[in-house]
Ligand binder design. Structure first.
Ligand SMILES: Nc1ncnc2c1ncn2[C@@H]1O[C@H](COP(=O)(O)OP(=O)(O)O)[C@@H](O)[C@H]1O
Ligand SMILES: [Mg+2]
Length: 249
């Protein structure tokens, strides 16, 4: 079950610039998401994090540079095509079908992939079980507590058996305990399923605790990358978060 799609070595951006009119949301960004690892993407508000996710998932075309999947240029593929190639994401807002229960919300995705009703429901149940929330299956999507809605969003993305999963602020609005539970789940997605994860979070502590490799964006540029030790020791990162005016203090 839930074998990830085999899609070569990585999902990557090479020299990606995204301009909206004269404004560059991303400038010459190069990063790579590899299987079986969590990659953090942090940076202040407006740094370009969501634009990066949009670009890696086909919602935004790069103005220049390339998006690669297993060595192939996929910069012009649609979100739909990229999902079929094993690149899935969640959204900052839930986007569940409010009239359906959780099982049906997940099964709809499987049916859309051509797996048939029974197989799709079975897969949905397996995923909910694996996540430790089988009791959610018959819960109406409309009345879900916020943290469960977030989990269901991830479960739905897992219905694609993704080789790569991109999570844009999945812990927003959660308590520290809830966020820690979610972080553990994200780590399992990478390590147990072999999925390459890109995690965007406002909660920097959460990202540092769960990521194997971290990229730091500031004003559309990668200003640092490395493991948690590199990020914690980085003067550039400190300046980006504290602001240059804190320097003298
Ligand atoms: N479609 C768009 N048109 C114009 N500007 C945009 C668009 N999307 C994002 N931006 C701008 O690009 C910058 C980066 O936005 P975003 O990627 O959402 O940042 P983050 O997710 O890091 O907060 C912001 O200044 C934002 O206003
Ligand atoms: Mg954002």
């Amino acid at each position: 079950m839930m074998r990830r799609k085999k899609n070569g070595s990585s999902l990557s951006a090479s020299g990606v610039t995204v301009a909206f009119g004269g404004f560059k949301a991303l400038t010459d960004v190069t990063l790579s998401i590899t299987p079986g690892a969590v990659h953090g993407l942090i940076g202040p508000n407006g740094a370009g994090k969501t634009t990066m996710v949009n670009t890696l998932t086909g919602f935004q075309s790069p103005t220049s540079g390339t998006v690669g999947l297993g060595g192939r240029d996929v910069g012009t593929l649609s979100p739909h095509d990229l999902r079929r190639e094993g690149v899935a994401r969640t959204f900052q807002a839930g986007r569940l079908f409010s009239g359906l229960d959780v099982l049906d919300n997940l099964a709809v995705t499987g049916v859309g992939l051509g797996h048939g009703r029974a197989a799709s429901e079975a897969e949905a149940l397996r995923i909910l079980d694996w996540m430790g929330v089988p009791h959610l299956a018959e819960h109406p999507a409309a009345g879900l507590p916020y943290t469960d809605e977030r989990r269901v969003g991830i479960a739905r993305a897992l219905m694609f058996s993704p080789a790569f999963l991109l999570l844009d602020e999945p812990a927003a609005g959660m308590s520290e305990t809830e966020a820690a539970d979610l972080a553990a789940l994200i780590r399992r997605v990478a390590e147990d399923l072999g999925t390459g994860v890109l995690l965007i979070e406002h909660n920097v502590g959460l990202v540092l605790s769960v990521s194997h490799h971290i990229y730091v964006l500031d004003a559309g540029m990668i200003i640092e990358e490395g493991d948690v030790d590199v990020i914690l020791k980085s003067r550039a990162v400190r300046d980006a978060y504290l602001g240059a005016d804190q320097e003298a203090a």
